[in-house]
Design a protein around this ligand. Structure first.
Ligand code: FES
Length: 120
């Protein structure tokens, strides 16, 4: 828990959209996924600087053959509201080009409270 600081209580974290928490000058989006895991992303899109975490939480589509798409990663994707770029909440990666990443923070849960490590 060294270098971690309090972010919010776990019951404040919503299931189908980000909970936005301000820490100093940083706006952080906190997510609870279907598997119960908690993730935190900087609320800043690496494309053009929109408030990334205020977009919809959704899944994405994967092409399976010439005529079908499969809906995958339900509620594990954050879609930026400005231009629709989709990021994997678990990794922060832009799903089209995994080298582009939203800033992701380590989180820890202790006594029903969420802690975050702001430095890398
Ligand atoms: S600013 Fe987020 S997709 Fe363009």
């Amino acid at each position: 828990m060294r270098d971690f600081q309090y972010l919010c209580d776990i019951q404040e974290v919503q299931e189908d959209k980000a909970t936005i928490v301000q820490i100093g000058k940083r706006s952080i989006g906190v997510f609870k996924l279907n598997d119960g895991s908690i993730h935190a992303l900087l609320n800043l899109c690496p494309h053009k600087g929109a408030a990334l975490c205020e977009g919809p939480v959704c899944g994405t589509t994967k092409e399976t053959n010439d005529y079908e798409f499969e809906y995958i990663q339900r509620n594990e994707i954050i879609r930026c509201a400005w231009h629709g770029w989709e990021f994997d909440i678990k990794t922060g990666e832009f799903i089209v080009d995994r080298k582009i990443k939203a800033r992701k923070f380590l989180t820890e849960i202790k006594n029903q409270k969420v802690y975050i490590k702001l430095s890398s």
